[in-house]
Design a protein around this ligand. Structure first.
Ligand code: PRT
Ligand code: MG
Length: 214
């Protein structure tokens, strides 16, 4: 496609990317939270935004269906980052990847005794690496959402999930016991597009970088 296609997910990533887009002279003409359109034109004739699921942004950019996009570090670690250039931490949509347990579960003791922990998560790669580095044996159970329910329903001993305010954990009587990593969203760029459309993409990268700062 001619021009530049930007892959964004609606919600926090779309909202927090708006000021960065504005610095590049790009304003989407519709809001994906109220419009059902998936291809959104912008104030620049040569730039459009496509609205994707957060976990699909790397796939669109990897295959060149979008030239650039925004994705959380969590999503990128699970995707693998193949075919993607990741030039900039945008420092948006910040949160923490944590291990959480139901109040009352003796996590330290379970880990010390070498028990096999049942861990439910959407983030299988991140969880596998975290527990392997600690030498803790785990059975990982893949979920696609509502991880907080798993220990309450008896599906797992612990979860690995994102936490921002902590109110979801609190509301479900769960306690964070380990901080795995800080998470923020990155700019992702298709490697071929960066070469072929360099004169269009580099000014956008520079505008984003000027807002993000060092
Ligand atoms: O929501 P949907 O199922 O459509 O997709 P998604 O969850 O993949 O998208 P979205 O927009 O919710 O998340 C996009 C990105 O935002 C993620 O990939 C993260 O990098 C980042 N982010 C920042 C978060 C959060 N903060 C966050 N709090 N993603 C999810 N959450 C969830 C978390 O999983 C938990 O269920 O919010 C809940 C906890 O929030 P607190 O405030 O109660 O602690
Ligand atoms: Mg979500």
């Amino acid at each position: 496609m001619d021009g530049i296609t930007i892959a964004l997910s609606k919600g926090r990533i779309f909202e927090e990317t708006l000021p960065l887009l504005a610095a590049a002279g790009i304003e989407p003409l519709e809001n994906p939270d109220t419009s059902r359109k998936l291809i959104i034109p912008t104030t620049r004739d040569d730039v459009r935004v496509v609205i994707v699921r957060a976990t699909d942004a790397p796939t669109y950019v990897q295959y060149g269906a979008a030239d650039i996009g925004v994705a959380g570090k969590d999503v990128l670690l699970e995707h693998g980052g193949e075919g993607l250039y990741q030039p900039l931490d945008l420092k948006i949509a910040k949160c923490r990847m944590m291990v959480a347990i139901p109040a009352g579960f003796d996590y330290e003791n379970a880990v010390r005794q070498g028990a096999r922990l049942k861990v439910a998560t959407k983030y299988i790669n991140i969880a596998r690496e975290h527990f392997a580095a600690k030498g803790v044996h785990v059975d990982l159970i893949k979920l696609y959402g509502s991880m907080e329910l798993a220990p309450l329903a008896g599906l797992a001993d612990a979860i690995v999930d994102l936490v921002s305010t902590g109110s979801t954990l609190k509301a479900n009587n769960l306690i964070a016991v380990e901080h795995i990593m800080d998470i923020s969203s990155r700019l992702i760029v298709n490697q071929a597009a960066l070469k072929l459309k360099r004169e269009m993409i580099v000014p956008i990268l520079d505008a984003f970088a000027s807002v993000v700062g060092p």
